[in-house]
Every structure is written in C-alpha cells, then in structure tokens.
Design a protein around this ligand. Structure first.
Ligand SMILES: Cc1ncc(COP(=O)(O)O)c(C=O)c1O
Length: 405
C-alpha cells in the first residue's frame, strides 16, 4: 500500500507535529505543551456583531466565491497596520491574505524550494515551519540562537561555506519555541547579509504585538530596500486562531506568484471570515483589544519565571522572554526531555511540555523543552512547575547513579 503514496509522504512520515505531544493527561492535567492563546480573552461578542454587520452590509455577496487576493479594503488596512506597528512600507498590492500564517509558510516553501535547495533555520525553530518545509525536501542548515536572536557569525560562516542558500527562516519576536527576541543591531545586519549573499528572509511574526516588557522593535522588513524580506503575520494570537487569517507582505512580483500558488491550493480564504474581520477592524479598536490582553499574559509570564527561579536546580537554564507565549528550558545534557515527559511527567505529575527535539531540523538535541505560559492560569503554573522541578531533580539524581533517563 505504501508505494502508492507520493515521495513526500515518505519524507514527511515522521510527522513533527504529531510527535509533539507525548500522551494523554486526563482532565486534571496541566498542559504546558499547547501554543494556544487564552480563549477567555477572545473578543467573541464583537466578532459576532461584526459578522452580523457584514452580512447586513454585503448580503449574499460574501457567501459567493471571492478573488484569491481577498478584500481590497482589508488588505489596505493590513498595509496601514504594518506601517504603524512594524514600520513597513506596503500598499494593498503588497499583501496576500492566507489561511493563517501556516499557509503562508507553506506557499513560500512551495515558491522557493525545490528538492535539495538550501535553507537556513534557527536551532531550535518553529516546528510547524519545519513540517511545512519538509514537504519540499530541502537541505537544512541550522544556526544557533543567542539571547539576542540568531547567531550571525555562525550564519555568515554557513553562507561563506555554502553558496546558493535560498531562504532563511526566522521568528524574530518572542520566538517560538525559545521566547527570544532578535536585537535591533542584528535585524539591520541580517538584511545586509541577505543583500550580500542574495537570499530571502522569511520573517514570521505572529507574536510581534504581544510584548509585555521593554521597547518595541521595527520589523526586519522595515530595513529591506531590495525585496529580500517576506513578512508573515497572523490574527491567530492577537484575535483568535479559529478565524484562520494570516497574511504576507512582500514585493508585488512575489505576491503575484504566491497568489497563483494559493489559487491552485484553495482558490481563496473564506470571504465570510474576511468580511467579518474587516468589519471588526472597522467597528473596534484592535490596539485597545491587544492592550487589554497584555496584563493577563504578563502576569502568567512573571509567575512562571518566579516559580522557575525558586524551584529549578542551578544547572537548568531558561530564557526570560519579554513577550509571546513560551519559555525555553535547557536541562543538563544527561537528561532526555522526551523520556522525562513520557516516563515521569505525563504518568506521575500529570503535566506536559513539548520536548525540544522536534524543534530542530535534524532532531539532534534531546535536552531542551518548550513551556507555554499563555494557556495556563497562575495556580496551574505554580503547581505544575513545582512538580516539574521536583521531577527534573530526581532525573538528574538518577543519572548520577547511572540510570538512563
Ligand atoms: C511562529 C509561528 N508561525 C506560524 C504559526 C501559524 O499560526 P496560524 O496558522 O494560526 O496563523 C504559529 C502558530 O503557532 C507560530 O507559532
């Protein structure tokens, strides 16, 4: 049976996304593994009004097929939003609306990557991007993450040693999975490198507006003079993932090709959802909505850092993000995070996290873990992280007496 499937099914058979979750926790379990926004913060009532208003305004037209580009008015709004929040110069023609940011990653992979083409990713990086790119069978080079983002010296060595790198994928703001943010200096330098070595940068920014501390930084795209940067964003984390609306800002030529690829993939994003979002943005103040969510997330982040500070052994290291949804924890090398999850944390502690391996292009790191703080309340964070710290201490002690964990 398996020989009837296309080669890419074999390539993708180790499904990275399916690997993320080690088992079932039961209803009292505490999930640090999800990447979800807090559903209590969704503007459900306002979206309901916007949907009704849009139906009143456009009638059956919004239930028809639309164009692949999506509502021009919405694309103009997105261009203005990009200018205001990320200092990007764009017009409606530079925007393509996609089925979530995930479709944008897939379409960009489809646009640029033939089998064996060279792509640089962060180590670790967003697992969903790897799973999208895997389908095009690229050759991955990974570059380490520092506390201020991608290690650019290591990147330049890769660029010097391997010609024809086509694409670099980065999540510069509150990175998934580490929570790290790329510094201003590195943003500028990265664009210089893209110009010098002639590659595209895919700047993926779904967490960009969820900053709880520190100063907002301009997007990498804002330094782009020659069309090297493809900027991707999404409404999943700032409004609700169920809308399935993301977007790309890029040069018109790139947008035209992406449009063709999107047409053959799904014809268009749901006109009903686009009309509802457009109307929501007309009726409501998106900035105010985002600001109203920040204190809840800030508190959860602070509580998690506080409990980590008070419970973790000194040879466990973790990031201190200023926004987003995730903290990255690095265990001593002798401890395997996946084994810890499967053998202790899920069955005994009733907690889950994502073991770090899936976030590496070559699955060659075993001692990292991603902790989500946006989808768990303060009481769950206190109980869950305390249990995690105890189990990590036990695992470290067990490896000292020769057990394999
Ligand atoms: C870095 C990153 N990019 C893209 C996505 C895709 O999100 P969506 O398709 O919901 O916009 C996610 C979702 O978690 C993400 O974390």
């Amino acid at each position: 049976m398996s020989d009837v499937f296309a080669d890419r099914v074999v390539i993708g058979s180790e499904d990275r996304l399916a690997e993320m979750f080690g088992g079932s926790l039961g209803k009292d379990g505490i999930k640090f593994s999800a990447g979800n926004p807090n559903a209590d913060l969704f503007p459900t009532a306002q979206i309901k009004v916007a949907l009704n208003d849009a139906i009143d305004k456009y009638g059956s037209q919004i239930f028809e097929y639309q164009t692949v580009s999506g509502f021009t008015q919405l694309r103009s709004r997105l261009a203005q939003w990009a200018a205001k929040t990320a200092k990007i110069k764009a017009a409606a023609n530079n925007i393509l609306i996609t089925q979530g940011g995930q479709q944008a990653l897939d379409l960009i992979g489809k646009l640029l990557l033939d089998a064996g083409d060279k792509i640089v990713v962060e180590a670790p990086t967003y697992v969903g991007a790897l799973s999208a790119f895997d389908q095009y069978d690229p050759c991955y080079y990974d570059v380490a993450m520092d506390d201020d983002g991608l290690n650019l010296e290591e990147l330049e060595t890769v660029l010097q040693n391997h010609s024809d790198i086509k694409l670099l994928y980065t999540v510069p703001d509150f990175h998934n999975p580490t929570g790290v943010t790329m510094s201003l200096t590195k943003r500028k330098k990265l664009v210089e490198l893209a110009e010098k070595y002639d590659f595209f940068i895919l700047e993926d920014t779904p967490y960009r507006d969820l900053r709880y501390k520190g100063e907002k930084l301009p997007a990498i795209k804002s330094f782009d003079k020659h069309g090297h940067v493809l900027f991707v964003s999404s409404f999943s984390k700032i409004l609700m993932p169920g809308l399935r609306i993301g977007w790309v800002a890029a040069d018109e030529e790139v947008i035209a090709h992406l449009r063709t690829l999107k047409t053959s993939s799904d014809l268009e994003t749901s006109g009903i959802m686009l009309a509802a979002l457009n109307q929501y943005l007309e009726n409501s103040d998106l900035d105010r909505h985002i600001s109203s969510m920040l204190p809840t997330y800030r508190k959860r982040l602070d509580v998690m850092l506080d409990v980590l500070d008070n419970t973790m052994p000194t040879d466990v290291h973790y990031t201190r993000p200023e926004g987003g949804f995730f903290i990255w924890l690095t265990l001593p090398k002798v401890v395997n995070a996946q084994t810890l999850l499967r053998e202790i944390c899920i069955p005994k502690d009733k907690i889950s996290f994502v073991p770090g391996k899936v976030f590496y292009a070559h699955r060659d790191h075993e001692n990292g873990m991603r902790l989500n703080f946006s989808g768990v309340n303060e009481a769950q964070i206190k109980v869950g992280i305390t249990r995690l710290a105890m189990s990590i201490r036990e695992a470290i002690a067990a490896t000292e007496v020769g057990a394999v964990l």
